[in-house]
Design a protein around this ligand. Structure first.
Ligand code: TLP
Length: 344
């Protein structure tokens, strides 16, 4: 099976399985797990932050970050195509009583600085106070676009001017750093907190980290406990995360090349709309015209290929490239698309 539904499908490598089995562990709620501590130190170093906290998922990482920056009745500004807005069950409002104010994302994942500035509330009896801006890098539902350090710096200057904090959903922040050919710290130094995922292109089975100041991480630790994310011998999981951060970042470039290659070839087929020049990382969205989306999925599955339909009415699909899809398999996908087209 060639699984293009998400990079979350990556399985742990042999060396991860080995390290997980051998990991030295303790009770992490008591902060006595040495392997978790090592992972947290490594993540803090890489992102240039004082501290980091291991969490079970990206969704929990984003939630507890927002809970740590805001109180009930506060407002956050975020993109209308952001994962926090679309895919996290409205957790910030349901569990935090925090008001999400969405602003339109541009195609490249940015939010216009002008709109952000207009979105910041001025003190008024009627308004919730704006506390936080949330950015996403890479921006999943904007073709996996990386946000540049320049753009992030401009948002940081705006946030400073109004005394706001910035949280970054950096589920795929290493994809952004690799695509932009810069150290990840050049992106994370623009924000107060960042959530990064180990369980996507980096291939660890489970886990994310939130990184920020020591004060922020202490608040996040408490929030993690509150939502049930305090883990015990979590070092078994953290051991895979250490390998993910040390050994799996550079190879993300291959996934980006494969995504561009796939986009280039399928864009030549009549009725598939995808712009290769917009593909900068491992995610590509394409639109299908004149072909029933579900019939297309069925044909692919018959050929052992799985892909995600994200909008049935509009016929929009997402393919995500990752460690378990080789260049040869990308060729197979292209040939399969061609043969489905030939029979249309
Ligand atoms: N994204 C998943 C799905 O939920 C859509 C995927 O397959 O891409 N932020 C971003 C930008 C994400 O893409 C995701 C997961 C998360 C946060 C949440 O991470 P998890 O799944 O660990 O809760």
């Amino acid at each position: 099976m060639i699984n293009l539904r998400s990079d979350t499908f990556t399985q742990p490598t042999e060396s991860m399985r080995e390290a997980m089995a051998q990991a030295e562990v303790g009770d992490d709620v008591y902060q006595e797990d040495p392997t978790v501590k090592n992972l947290e130190t490594l993540a803090a170093e890489k992102t240039g932050k004082e501290a980091a906290l291991f969490v079970p998922s990206g969704t929990m990482g984003n939630l507890i970050s927002v809970l740590s920056h805001c109180g009930r009745g506060d407002e956050i500004l975020l993109g209308d195509k952001s994962h926090i807005s679309l895919y996290e069950v409205g957790g910030v409002s349901a569990l935090g009583g925090i008001h999400p104010r969405t602003l339109p994302n541009n195609d490249d994942g940015t939010i216009s600085i002008e709109l952000l500035e207009k979105g910041i509330r001025h003190p008024d009896i009627h308004s919730p106070p704006t506390r936080l801006i949330c950015l996403e890098n890479t921006h999943n539902f904007c073709q996996g676009s990386p946000l540049s350090p320049d753009y992030m710096g401009t948002v940081r200057d705006l946030a400073k001017k109004y005394g706001l904090k910035i949280h970054l959903d950096g589920a795929r922040i290493f994809n952004a750093a690799v695509a932009l050919k810069i150290p990840v710290s050049k992106l994370t130094d623009k924000v107060d907190s960042v959530m990064l995922c180990l369980s996507k292109g980096l291939s660890a089975p489970v886990g994310s980290l939130v990184c920020g100041s020591s004060e922020f991480v202490e608040k996040a630790r408490k929030a993690r406990k509150m939502v049930g994310g305090g883990m015990r011998q979590a070092g078994h999981l953290a051991a895979a995360g250490i390998i993910a951060l040390n050994d799996h970042v550079e190879r993300l470039e291959k996934d980006h090349e494969n995504a561009k290659y796939l986009a280039r070839h399928i864009s030549r087929l009549d009725g598939i709309e995808v712009d290769e020049s917009k593909i900068k990382t491992n995610i590509l969205f394409f639109k299908l015209e004149g072909f029933d989306g579900n019939a297309f999925l069925e044909q692919l599955e018959k050929n052992q290929i799985k892909i995600l339909i994200t909008d049935t009415e509009e016929g929009i699909f997402r393919a995500v490239l990752h460690r378990e899809v080789s260049k040869e398999q990308v060729e197979t996908v292209i040939e399969t698309f061609k043969s489905i087209w030939a029979k249309r």
